[in-house]
Design a protein around this ligand. Structure first.
Ligand code: DGL
Length: 294
């Protein structure tokens, strides 16, 4: 093997960096693992500073640049910002500053919604930070200016998603299924109705789950808005973007490669992250390391 091939091979087999404010971004990592089974992932859950949603976007931008640089120092070949709030706050700066391709989750979700809607009325639910940034409205209307976007901040859904994981130890698929019973509880349904009833009345036929925690709540959300409303999440579309960028750059991992994933949390409770994360990912995470970020 000549030096050039050797270099290419080690670059191609370098991991993809993925991060979120906690374990929500594992919903995106999971789709990347499914779509690209030979790719390795370095995942950072910034649990110590979670939630990002209520924070100032400039503060979250600082977190994005810090974690992005840490991932680049660790040798990743691309970075996926697997958090909507962090994407809204820091994608543009990360793309300017980091020497590897960087994608977020807003544009893939917006694209999926624009493709799916028939009546061109799209709802978006997300954290306060994401909604106030208008990132989804801009991205959707950039694709099709004729689409009307109705956005609502639904911050308590982050709390509910985490509570459900704490309360249940059922098989992982049940969290994701529209038939799941994990989140069907009167107190959750009441909060969901308060948030979603106005969107239902607007007649949206597509609802973007604009936070990486929300795919876990499909059954709860679908039950309120009606099964005819299509629930769109960014995870699959983002995984497709990763595949396309790597293929276009000739940077995909060798097809005989066994992936080696690494997981880090900035939080103190590594065992809890490992437990929750394993349930979101649907696999044993192996070792999870604590990461200290100043
Ligand atoms: N993962 C974040 C997002 O997608 C939500 C959780 C948080 O507020 O940190 O927006």
């Amino acid at each position: 093997m000549d030096i050039l091939t050797q270099d290419n091979t080690s670059f191609n087999n370098a991991p993809i960096g993925v991060f979120d404010s906690g374990f929500g971004g594992l919903t995106v990592a999971r789709e990347i693992m499914r779509a690209l089974p030979h790719e390795s992932i370095v995942y950072v859950g910034d649990t110590a500073r979670c939630p990002y949603g209520p924070r100032d976007l400039s503060e979250v931008d600082g977190f994005v640049q810090q974690i992005g640089s840490w991932l680049v120092d660790r040798g990743v070949k691309m970075v996926v910002i697997a958090c909507n709030t962090a994407t809204a706050a820091g994608l543009a700066n990360a793309q300017r500053n980091l020497p590897v391709p960087v994608i977020g989750v807003v544009e893939p979700g917006a694209r999926a919604a624009a493709m799916v809607t028939r009546n061109r009325k799209v709802g978006v639910i997300a954290t306060k930070g994401t909604v106030e940034s208008n990132a989804y409205s801009k991205a959707i209307r950039h694709i099709d200016a004729g689409i009307t976007v109705f956005s609502t901040a639904t911050p308590r859904f982050v709390e509910i998603a985490e509570l459900g994981i704490r309360m249940s130890d059922g098989p992982i698929e049940s969290f994701w299924s529209e038939m799941s019973k994990v989140y069907i509880r009167p107190e959750f349904e009441e909060i969901a109705r308060d948030y979603l009833e106005p969107l239902r009345r607007c007649g949206v036929d597509t609802l973007v789950l604009g936070c990486t925690h929300y795919p876990l709540l499909k059954a709860l959300i679908g039950g309120v808005v009606g099964r005819e409303v299509v629930l769109v999440s960014s995870a699959q579309e983002a995984a497709r973007d990763v595949a396309e960028i790597l293929a276009r750059r000739g940077a995909s991992a060798c097809p005989d490669r066994e992936p080696e994933h690494e997981f880090f949390t900035t939080g103190d409770d590594v065992a809890e992250f490992r437990d929750f994360g394993g349930r979101v990912l649907g696999m044993n995470m192996g070792e999870v390391e604590h990461l200290d970020l100043p």
